[in-house]
Design a protein around this ligand. Structure first.
Ligand SMILES: Nc1nc2c(c(=O)[nH]1)N[C@H]1C(S)=C(S)[C@@H](COP(=O)(O)O)O[C@H]1N2
Ligand SMILES: [Mo]
Length: 452
């Protein structure tokens, strides 16, 4: 195994960057005992291990080794199980209770204006279970009575209208799978390594199937001013006065006024009964508890676009109205806080996405970016949606650095952290789409590092 320290500078997370209660969470975080076991059990069976290379030691036992868990008929094979509808709204197994969205202690002063992060390290495929969708509220969430909720469309329109939920749900609807990423995802990592796990570094990211009426249908219905209507403003019904400007070409393209998420109504935390879905655009524009759309001829310069959600540039200026989430990827297993239990075969897996279209290719390096191999993309590969990738790897037990690099169908290549810093500086909060590095130590411990 090469010593990566010779060419790349590897900076370990300084211990004091992890708040004490956060440090405590790392041990509880993400991996249940079962899932840790999964890392060990994911060694391939004998035949495949041979194909994967001589280093792969088959971890599964040969039949006849006498494992009592397979030789003895367990209680559940000999008794009557529970009745249907014992649990009318299904819940995860009691063995999976460690998989939770989590708040980063001390990140914000109050929990009503905060974030809970999706546990990416424990999820498969591309869909985020609705109960684990990340949350970002500026003024807390409400469970709004849909019978009382209204959507008004006004401004530069011939016929301003107020819609009830029933009115909206009678209209022709579409269902599409899209990711949502907060513009501040990975914000803590601009200057240095700051958080221990992928849940905290990348967990302001979720992906769902959303159902609703295209905004273009509603704008047509109200007779928007096709000559002078250049922008729309979306406004939420919570106390945060959340408002964002969206240009009309995007509004007419793929924006959805959505009530459905993963086959059921939106969860209250995610905007029930109505939210805007703005594919490829940072989360803040996905206005929740949507109550008003105004058509206008110029951007509104509201607080959430003039002084918040702006990019601090290295020359001291600020960039407003950045919206598209650039191409990005991250390895979710193995990732920070996880532990490889033995050398041998592993299937490295992660997520890639682009706010500009489809993911074309994902490369994976296990030597800190010197050599790259192309990963498998698991289907479906959809535009402005998460794409799951995986690649086989035989760990020889030596220290190494794992990275993924995504390329989208515009040809844009996800940058290294130092490349991004060269053009964006380090004072920024938003839009950090740099390549993520995970260091695997000889002990099998995986930690967050930055490799230049
Ligand atoms: N009305 C309203 N809409 C809102 C917000 C909010 O606080 N109020 N937060 C925004 C931000 S910053 C993000 S990242 C996304 C988060 O959506 P989620 O909570 O469903 O993950 O909602 C956006 N829409
Ligand atoms: Mo956000």
């Amino acid at each position: 195994m090469r010593d990566n320290n010779k060419s790349g500078r590897i900076v370990r997370a300084p211990e004091n960057f992890v708040a004490p209660d956060l440090a405590q969470e790392i041990t509880r975080d993400g991996l249940s005992a079962e899932r840790r076991g999964f890392l060990r059990r994911s060694f391939m069976a004998a035949g495949a291990a041979l194909a994967a290379g001589a280093a792969g030691r088959a971890a599964a036992q040969a039949v006849g080794d006498g494992d009592p868990a397979i030789l003895n008929l367990p209680q559940h094979s000999r008794t009557l199980g529970q009745a249907v509808a014992a649990n009318p709204y299904g819940q995860p197994s009691k063995y999976e209770t460690n998989l939770l969205r989590r708040e980063s202690p001390g990140l914000t002063r109050v929990s009503q204006a905060s974030v809970s992060f999706t546990p990416l390290q424990g999820l498969f495929g591309i869909i985020t279970p609705s109960g684990l969708h990340f949350e970002r509220h500026h003024q807390g969430w409400h469970d709004i009575d849909p019978a009382q909720h209204r959507l008004m469309i006004n401004g530069m329109v011939k016929n301003p209208k107020v819609y009830t939920m029933d009115d909206l749900m009678r209209m022709p609807s579409v269902s599409r799978m899209h990711f949502i990423e907060c513009g501040a995802n990975t914000a803590m990592e601009w200057g240095n390594v700051a958080v221990p796990t992928v849940q905290y570094s990348h967990g302001m990211l979720s992906c769902s199937e959303f159902t609703g009426v295209p905004l273009s249908v509603l704008l047509e219905d109200c007779g928007y001013d096709k000559k002078n209507g250049k922008f729309v403003l979306a406004e939420g019904a919570d106390g945060s006065s959340m408002t964002r400007t969206i240009d009309i070409s995007r509004a007419l393209d793929d924006v959805i006024v959505a009530w459905g998420m993963n086959g059921e109504m939106l969860r209250p935390e995610n905007g029930y009964p109505l939210r805007l879905v703005v594919p490829g655009v940072q989360g803040v524009s996905w206005v929740k508890w949507l109550r008003r759309i105004e058509v206008g001829d110029q951007p509104w310069a509201t607080k959430d676009e003039a002084i918040h959600y702006i990019d601090a540039m290295p020359d001291g200026s600020y960039r407003q109205y950045t919206s598209t989430q650039e191409c990005k990827s991250v390895i979710t297993t193995p990732s920070g806080g996880q532990q490889l239990l033995d050398k041998g075969f592993y299937n490295i897996t992660g997520l890639a996405w682009s706010g500009r279209g489809k993911v074309k290719r994902v490369d994976v390096s296990v030597d800190g970016g010197r050599n790259w191999r192309t990963a498998r993309l698991e289907g479906p590969v959809l535009g402005k949606c998460l794409t799951r990738f995986n690649i086989d790897w035989v760990w020889d037990g030596g220290p190494c650095v794992l990275q993924s690099r995504a390329i989208d169908d515009t040809g844009y290549v996800q940058p290294k952290i130092n490349e991004l810093r060269a053009v964006r500086g380090t004072r920024s909060i938003y839009h950090n789409n740099a390549i993520q590095s995970w260091k695997v130590a000889e002990t099998g411990e995986v930690s967050n590092v930055q490799v230049y």
